[in-house]
Design a protein around this ligand. Structure first.
Ligand code: HEM
Length: 464
């Protein structure tokens, strides 16, 4: 059942529908406070008390959460003109720009998405294995041996460099180094505080405010990116290169129009923001769960050595790493770094026996759905075998969201994570320190391990 007609033509069935689902009756600001402090706890309490549909009220937004797979299916396969996702990301506009696929809705969103899709097809990923492996080897060569250190910052270094090289296609050199440094500063500031993104705090005061600093850095990022785009276009687009910018330089829309420099710049920054921290945090969680489970770790290492032989992984190995694939998937089930996705209703909709008015946001909850005991027996247990034994529908398992908004970088991220993990496992024996104590903490929009997943590394040769 899709969007309703006008009130005068509402059916008998619709008349019998209830209004918004139940939810906490506390004032909006208190609900915001609870949500910011402990969103998983709040979602769990609401699910227990109110069931598969519940309403959370913020002063600026009413959100109906669901963890019912039929409702998730209805939302993900619904008309994109009814379910808007882009406007909710508006706060990122000063960084990502007006053409960002993350911010658009309707036909403009579909246009950008169609242009971006081809370079992200699964089979293209093979081209990146060697690059990701080399970046990983260079990073782990710097890891200390025999004492605990957090892997999360190191994963950020790897995923940033992967984006600089595989997505932007930038070779080492002065422009690469300056862009990398400036982006790190901007991303770090954005992850620590969203204040620079709030419109009412965007004033300059002679260049002294955090916003002024942010603006200066963004001007530098733009200059470097536009220079790179112009130089590459002048050299003739892809010319045998496999990076994503090279491919985007060649795509044309239905009218035969290529992407403009501004569109290219906006999408490159979107891919960076959507793909850097998410992949790094996911990897940090995979290390945590894998190292917490001796049997899973032994099985993963055995697979890596059997498939890759003595050396680190090559492109043809990645598809063979089935248990590692299951480890990555089970980690994303148990600890999705994005807890829910959101769609703002542009028309009234019937969902799960409720009649929801336009203006309400519906939120398929990744975290709650993926811990349903009927779908995942012993849901709190890390058991990668689940993903070797059965298949889940895209409405029962959706760490990358769904429908026309599903993560564009899903295949890229899963491939990258497997290459990084296999490379690390092929070279190092890892363990968690005895005092390891990890909780999920909020970092920008993701939930990250509180201690950055501290590990102790030893070279494989010395570990045997
Ligand atoms: C493990 C890592 C990642 C996770 C968990 C993740 C998760 C997500 C989620 C939950 C969404 C929202 C989907 C929705 O609203 O239904 C999304 C969107 C998106 N992701 Fe990812 N992502 C990851 C890595 C990446 C990478 C590596 C890239 C690109 C290089 C990327 C690019 C995007 C883009 C462009 C969108 C917006 C799609 C649209 O609005 O049409 N992501 N991602």
């Amino acid at each position: 059942m899709e969007a309703l007609q006008t009130t005068s033509s509402v059916s008998e069935e619709a008349r019998s529908l209830r209004g918004l689902p139940p939810g906490p009756r506390l004032p909006g600001l208190v609900q915001v406070g609870q949500f910011v402090r402990d969103r998983l706890g709040m979602l769990e309490r609401c699910a227990k008390r109110y069931g598969e549909f519940f309403t959370v009220r913020f002063p600026w937004e009413t959100i109906v959460f669901t963890w019912n797979p039929d409702a998730v299916k209805q939302i993900f396969s619904g008309d994109p003109a009814t379910y808007f996702a882009g406007q909710g990301n508006n706060i990122l506009r000063p960084f990502l720009g007006d053409y960002s696929v993350l911010l658009l809705d309707g036909p403009e969103h579909l246009r950008q998405r169609r242009l971006l899709l081809p370079p992200f097809h699964g089979e293209r990923m093979l081209a990146y294995a060697d690059l990701i492996r080399e970046i990983t080897l260079a990073e782990i060569a710097r890891w200390p041996r025999g004492r605990a250190f957090p892997v999360h910052p190191s994963m950020q270094e790897i995923t940033l460099e992967v984006i600089m090289r595989a997505v932007f296609g930038m070779e080492s050199g002065e422009r690469h180094d300056r862009l990398r440094e400036t982006l790190k500063q901007v991303l770090d500031e954005g992850a620590r505080s969203i204040l620079v993104f709030l419109p009412f705090l965007q004033f300059d005061l002679g260049g002294l405010t955090p916003y002024a600093r942010f603006k200066r850095r963004m001007d530098e990022v733009d200059r470097l990116l536009f220079d790179e785009i112009a130089e590459r276009r002048a050299k003739g687009g892809a010319s045998g290169r496999a990076d994503i910018l090279s491919m985007l330089l060649e795509v044309v829309d239905e009218d035969g129009q290529p992407m403009t420099p501004q569109e290219l710049r906006d999408e490159l920054l979107t891919l960076l923001v959507a793909g850097h921290e998410t992949s790094a945090t996911s990897l940090a969680w995979v290390f945590y769960y894998l190292l917490s489970d001796t049997a899973a770790l032994a099985r993963a290492r055995e697979e890596v050595f059997r498939v890759t032989g003595d050396g680190p992984p090559r492109p043809e190995h990645v598809g063979e790493l089935r248990y590692l694939d299951a480890v990555v998937k089970e980690t994303a089930r148990l600890r999705p770094i994005i807890v829910f996705v959101a769609r703002a209703l542009q028309q009234p909709v019937e969902l799960g026996g409720y009649r929801l008015p336009a203006g309400v946001t519906v939120a398929p909850c990744i975290y709650l759905t993926q811990r349903r005991p009927d779908l995942y027996p012993e849901p709190d247990r890390f058991r990668p075998e689940r993903f070797l034994e059965g298949r889940q529908t895209p409405y029962e398992y959706f760490p990358f969201g769904g429908g026309v908004r599903r993560c564009l970088g899903m295949a890229f991220a899963q491939y990258e994570m497997k290459v990084v993990l296999a490379t690390v496992l092929s070279r190092l024996a890892l363990a968690l320190p005895a005092d390891s104590d990890v909780r999920p903490v909020r970092r920008a929009i993701t939930l990250a391990p509180s201690d950055g997943t501290r590990v102790i590394a030893a070279d494989v040769a010395t570990a045997h």
